[in-house]
Design a protein around this ligand. Structure first.
Ligand SMILES: Cc1cc2nc3c(=O)[nH]c(=O)nc-3n(C[C@H](O)[C@H](O)[C@H](O)COP(=O)(O)O)c2cc1C
Length: 332
């Protein structure tokens, strides 16, 4: 395996798979990497769980040798605990450590973790400085443009101050915390932040395909793009973006065979990871996207939503791929 060079990776129009809780586990990272994702970030890991040695947190930071380059993302509301947890994360040998300062979910942000840090920019910078000092590997921050449009947005000043304390790159989800996932991401803030600093800036929010990736990079001057929700429905988005950025080409959409192959591959890996009961249910969030556009997709989706046995799901994939969907499938 070639050694990971942070500066090179972050300066070369990289395409990142976004950290997404209960989505971007090792299985999903592998699927997306095989389809062109250059760099991945784990789901966020709670620092208290990590420091207490909780099974769930330990599992999240346990990176397989081929799961590289992957960063471990940590979140918490206390700077000391974040710095301590960063040390624990470093021992798991990720490619770098990312600190979540962007999660808007009220139960997290209201406690001061995630996007809660945006309400206290001084404390956020101090915290980042402590984390940077505590580990020897690169530390990055993923954040939003500010808490709300009611206040002056802090992101440009914050970017400069985070750079000054040694944060090596910034990922910017171009919404405020109050927006959650609503409204449109405003990439012009990524340009403003990028223009103010020398460290790499990764633009995130509504980068849903090759056109958007190209436009986002061209209009912001950012070093890379990060894709979240679109990957859940269409993990081929990474190869489509890479084809455009590397060769100016439009990649062909996935074939019917590729769509069924992904359903099988993902379910197989998910079964190993989660066991039958949880895997069969967890997969239901992916099928609408994976089967999108195929004749009978609605019937397939409804059938899969009520089928609890993995063997039956595999049999249905086989039947649908070879013979197509008949209306009676829905009733079976
Ligand atoms: C289901 C889900 C879980 C998420 N979990 C995380 C997380 O653990 N850490 C994080 O930094 N952002 C998380 N996010 C935010 C995404 O990383 C990303 O910033 C956001 O979805 C905007 O990008 P997109 O428009 O490409 O989806 C999550 C988003 C979704 C939809």
């Amino acid at each position: 395996m070639t050694r990971f060079d942070f500066d090179t990776a972050f300066r070369e129009r990289a395409v990142f798979l976004a950290p997404m809780e209960d989505v971007t586990d090792a299985v999903f990272r592998r699927l997306c990497r095989a389809r062109g994702a250059d760099l991945c970030v784990t789901e966020f890991v709670n620092v208290e769980g990590l420091l207490r040695g909780c099974k769930g947190a330990a599992h999240k930071i346990d990176l397989a040798p081929d799961d590289q380059p992957t960063a471990i993302q940590i979140y918490g509301a206390d700077a000391d605990r974040l710095a301590e947890a960063a040390e624990v994360a470093e021992r798991a040998a990720p490619a770098w450590i990312d600190v979540n300062c962007g999660c808007w979910v009220p139960k997290i942000a209201r406690r001061g973790a995630g996007a809660g840090w945006l309400r206290e920019p001084d404390a956020m910078v101090e915290m980042a400085a402590m984390v940077v000092k505590r580990v020897s590997m690169p530390v990055t921050v993923k954040t939003r443009i500010g808490w709300s449009f009611d206040d002056e947005l802090p992101i440009v000043e914050l970017a400069k101050r985070l750079e000054a304390v040694g944060v090596r790159a910034l990922t910017l989800h171009c919404r405020t915390a109050q927006m959650g996932h609503s409204g449109k991401a405003d990439w012009s803030w990524a340009k403003r932040a990028k223009d103010a600093v020398s460290i790499p800036v990764i633009v995130n929010g509504d980068v849903n395909g090759a056109d958007e990736a190209e436009t986002a990079l061209a209009t912001t001057g950012c070093n890379g793009v990060m894709v979240g929700r679109r990957a859940i429905e269409h993990p081929w988005v990474f190869r489509e973006i890479r084809a455009r950025l590397d060769r100016g080409e439009t990649h062909a959409p996935p074939t019917r065979e590729e769509r069924f192959a992904l359903c099988r591959e993902h379910l197989t890996a998910c079964l190993e990871e989660r066991g039958e009961h949880r895997a069969v249910r967890a997969m239901r969030r992916y099928y609408p996207g994976y089967l999108h556009g195929l004749p009978g997709a609605g019937i397939m989706r409804r059938t899969l939503n009520t089928t609890d046995e993995a063997a039956r799901v595999f049999a249905l994939f086989e039947q649908w791929q070879t013979r197509g969907v008949e209306a009676r499938d829905a009733a079976e």
